[in-house]
Design a protein around this ligand. Structure first.
Ligand SMILES: [Zn+2]
Length: 108
């Protein structure tokens, strides 16, 4: 059995504390097992899923998978994405003025 899903979450970036969207797109292959015996020969990329009661509940399975795939510490993928909102509210800092590594291009 194979399950594909994707979902997006609004998480709070732990670096700049602004909301960020985390998109999770995954597929999972699983094998339904019953009772206490996990049958041999399950491929490594298949997850054995034990039935809760006598019904397989995909929603619960997906929920578990999504929770596991979410980052523990959500952060913007790139540092420059951080604080974009904050920066837009503050006057921009011109860092190039203090950058002493810039050498004049024109030479006589
Ligand atoms: Zn951020």
């Amino acid at each position: 059995m194979r399950l594909e899903y994707d979902a997006s979450f609004i998480l709070q970036c732990q670096r700049c504390l602004e909301p960020m969207e985390e998109r999770v797109s995954r597929g999972a292959s699983f094998v339904i097992v019953g009772g206490n015996s996990i049958p041999a020969g399950i491929p490594e990329d298949h997850e054995p899923v034990e039935l809760a009661g006598d019904r397989f509940q995909p929603a619960g399975f997906v929920e578990d998978e999504l929770i596991m795939s979410l980052p523990l510490i959500p952060r913007h993928a790139r540092p420059e994405q951080c604080g974009a909102l904050v920066r837009s509210l503050e006057p921009p800092e011109d860092e190039s003025d203090t950058d002493s590594t810039i050498t004049p291009l024109a030479k006589h």
